[in-house]
Structure formats: structure tokens, C-alpha cells
Design a binder for this molecule. Sequence first.
Ligand code: NCD
Length: 304
Amino acid sequence: MRSLIDISELTLDELDELIRTADDIIENPQKYAHACSGKKLATLFFEPSTRTRLSFEAAMYELGGSVLGFSESQSSSAAKGESVADTAKTVSCYADIIAMRHPKEGAPLVASLNASVPVINAGDGGHNHPTQTLADLLTIHREKGRFGDFTVGLCGDLKFGRTVHSLITALKRYSGVEFVLISPNELKLPDYIKESLKKEGIPFLETGDLEGVMPKLDILYMTRVQRERFFNEEDYLRLKDSYILTPEKLANAKNDLSILHPLPRVNEISVAIDDDPRACYFKQVLYGKYMRMALILKLLEVNV
Ligand code: NCD
């Protein structure tokens, strides 16, 4: 039995296989319509979510399975003081697979060590978000047709942005990837991730100047400043609008730039960009569902 807590647990071959499955689901959805019939997914969300929870639920329904769970910790026994370990043991009695989001880094790992069914990390604090990375990878693959030989700009809250941490962990394994890390000083990528890039000889550049680096980017990954992780509101208010992508700022961008954002967007991308052919963020939302379908099939060891 296998869980997915960190994106690095999947080999490059397995990532390829998930992408192939997602592409096939897009082409032949009816083939998969009963693949998980009789199986149940539990969504245990201790933090707010729109896309991740609903795409997991839609994914399981489209595989012919069913769903149970909660969308806020206050409606679970966590509000009475139950531990993550006991919650995982309990839910294992009712469901075949668990997707968990939690504000504490490592909580889904603890759940996986105590559950008797696979656990998927659906976001743990400011740490990791492997299934958003699956959505990002399918988007990049469908847009670019490859994973290597490009320059990726990651912009915004690189300190607390868990989607950024998981995406870098995945992309750094492909050859010819160069990272441009664009953030205010206070929201730079954590040292432990930069150290791993240095150690592995992967090129990266840190800057505060989005427009200055725009012409060299093949992919621009915008992110929201993670208000819920700040210690004080004043700092959040000062930093929240550090980067706002507008059509003017794209003046020097490549014609085949791909603009991604895990969403929700607050102010980081002007709605005037939504109709630009380079905007991929709503495709990313849809692709997230297909990659979660592929992942559920893999972890439940269902062959179609
Ligand atoms: C992200 C998250 O939860 O980390 N959202 C998502 O799952 N698509 C990004 C964010 O909340 O800013």
C-alpha cells in the first residue's frame, strides 16, 4: 500500500505514466467511468479549499466511486481534541483512500503512518502540495510538450507557497531546467530548498524584478501571498500586492510564455490577462481533476 506525501516519492517514469493516464482519461472518459465502483474516497480538509477538495471529489465520482469527508476541522472530532493519528485510524475503517489537507506541516505524513489505506497529502501548511504539482506538470506537458530545456520563473510568496516547493522538487529532476526566483526579500525561497539546488548544480537566480527577467521566461508561475501563514497582518498588508501581472508587464514576454497560477488569485494577475492565449491557470484547474483521477487509480492499484 502506497501513499503520496511528497512529490519526490514518484519516479520520473511514474510521473510519465500518470501523465499518459490523464491524457487517456481526457480522450476516453467513458473507459474509466466505473473503474472505482464500490470504492470510497475520504476528503479530510482541516483548511479551506475549493479546487483541491472539489477536484478530488469530482475525480472519484468520475471514476464511479463515492466520497465522504469534512471540509472544516470544526465539524470533525479534531475540534474535541482528537489526534491526526486517531483520525487516520478511524477513517481507514470507512474509506479505501484518504486525501488530507492540514495547516500543520507533516500532518498527512503522520496520518499515512497510522492509516491502513493510502493517504494523499492535499497540502500541509507552508510545506508541500504534491497533487497541485501533478496539475502543474500536466499543464506544462500539454503546453510545452516537454519537461526539460526551459526557464521557469516563480513569482510571489516563495517562502510559504507550498505549491512552489513541490513544483521545484519535481522540475529540478529534469535536465536543462533553470529557475528564476522572483520575490520580495522577506518571502524568498527557504534555504533548505536553495541548498538542494546548489548541491545538485541546478542553476537559479534570485531577484525582486519581475519585468527585468520577463524576456527570458518560458513559464511564469505566479502565486498568492499566503496571508494565513503570516505572524502579523501589517506585514501581510505591506507585501500582498508586491507583484501584479498586467498586460503592460507582458510587453517583453515571449510569445509562447505559459502563465500558470495554482489559484486562488487575489490580485496577482489582472483579469485582463485571462483571455490572453498564454494564460493557462483555468486549464490547470481542469487538468488537476484528471491527474487526481490518474493518481487515485495508481494508489488503489486499479488497472483499466
Ligand atoms: C494552493 C494551496 O492551497 O496551497 N491552492 C490550491 O490548492 N490550488 C495555493 C494557494 O492557496 O495560494
